[in-house]
Ligand binder design. Structure first.
Ligand code: ADP
Ligand code: MG
Length: 379
């Protein structure tokens, strides 16, 4: 068993080295489990470590099968620890002075909050990336205490209808743009800043923010799925020779990406929908422009991209989790999430012919897998 774990660990290190070579933008896909009450087995995910096949419930044969490839795919049985293990190196780079953004994208109910925060308010089981990240940063800081002194501060804000809200008291706050050295620096001076020294400080703070986000949702229907929540960890470090670093880790639980038919919503709902569509597509445009190394990156098109400007692009590292639900009724949303994620992904599918070959190989793998399943059912 020890030998096995060693090999797994070596593979993981190798994987992370390869990821580093691949650049600063990565996309992971996470498929949540199917719940008992849902239409079963209509969508079949036949996942590999970095690919999945989605089967159209209406035409499960040939042209109803679509292959998607990402830096990593986590199936329904993947645990919070599995997900964190492949996120940790990125998070740790914050302590070396890199800015990092992690986004959870997907339709409402696909598992965004599960990945970022965990299952529910008050539960300390299955904590998500927000907690595990801070826990890990504290550990790393303790480990490095003889060479580096770190200070960590946390801010929690929500972007709702293109306005910033302090998650502590749900007041509206202003974004300030400060020009220094020819570069625009964006900050939220009125969002409460908290020094955190331990994991319990963090848990207390985050439960508070989560509760507030939920309170907001009684006023306006389902607000937490109509707003983006941004948890920012500001890291300041000073080494023994007086060298300093300042970096940020942004952990973003995005608004639900579901396409709401505009003809069906009016008033407040329509405004919400327009703002969400605008900010999610702006985010996509920014990441795509960065991935393609375009000279113009349209940060100014939404509040979200404006806030995160200094942490997107340059040497900053970006990770997008594309969340999908396996249930049949979500087929359309699932495809649209995966297409969005594919668009911002830097995973090279290569030339058209190579692409075709790889999807044929994946397709064959998928067929073998479903035959194996059918056989197992017969036995
Ligand atoms: P979202 O934030 O995208 O709207 P949630 O994270 O609230 O979705 O997930 C919807 C429901 O599914 C929640 O009850 C959540 O606990 C559950 N869930 C989501 N992902 C998983 C998972 N990987 N394992 C177990 N339960 C999950
Ligand atoms: Mg949520």
């Amino acid at each position: 068993a020890q030998k096995y774990h060693k090999v797994v660990e070596e593979n993981r290190n190798l994987y992370n080295m390869v990821q580093d070579l691949k650049g600063n933008i990565r996309v992971y896909c996470r498929i949540r489990p199917l719940f008992g009450s849902e239409t079963k087995g209509v969508i079949d995910f036949i996942g590999d470590d970095d690919s999945l096949v989605v089967v159209d419930p209406v035409k499960p044969q040939k042209d109803g099968r679509k292959v998607f490839q990402f830096n990593r795919v986590f199936g329904p049985t993947a645990t919070q620890d599995d997900v964190f293990a492949d996120t940790r190196p990125l998070i740790r780079s914050v302590m070396d002075g890199y800015n990092v953004c992690i986004f959870a994208y997907g339709q409402t109910g696909s598992g965004k909050t599960h990945t970022m925060s965990g299952p529910s308010i008050g539960s300390t089981r299955e904590l998500g990336i927000n907690y595990l990240a801070l826990q890990d940063l504290f550990q790393l800081s303790a480990k490095r205490k003889d060479i580096m002194k770190y200070d960590m501060q946390v801010q929690m804000v929500e972007i709702y209808n293109e306005q910033f809200h302090n998650l502590e008291n749900l007041t509206i706050i202003k974004l300030e743009i400060r020009s220094c050295l020819g570069e625009d620096n964006v900050a939220l001076p009125d969002a409460s800043m908290h020094h955190v020294m331990s994991t319990s400080d963090v848990i207390r703070l985050m439960k508070f923010g989560e509760t507030n986000r939920a309170v907001g949702s009684t006023a306006i229907n389902n607000r937490s799925s109509r707003s983006h929540s941004v948890l920012t960890i500001h890291v300041n470090g000073e080494d023994v020779s007086g060298g300093r670093i300042h970096s940020c880790l942004h952990l973003v639980d995005l608004a639900g990406s579901e396409r709401v038919d505009k003809s069906e919503v009016t008033g407040e709902g329509l405004k919400e929908t327009q703002y969400i569509n605008k900010s999610l597509s702006s985010l996509g445009d920014v990441i795509m422009a960065l991935a393609q190394k375009n000279s113009h990156v349209p940060y100014r098109n939404s509040k979200l991209t404006l806030l995160l400007q200094s942490s997107l692009g340059g040497h900053a590292k970006t990770l997008m989790f594309a969340h999908v639900s396996p249930e049949g009724d979500s087929f359309g949303e699932t495809i649209s999430t995966l297409k969005f994620a594919q668009r911002v992904s830097t995973v090279e599918l290569g030339a058209a012919s190579a692409n075709k070959e790889s999807s044929e190989v994946l397709e064959l793998k998928a067929q073998i897998e479903s035959l194996r399943k059918a056989l197992a059912n017969k036995e």
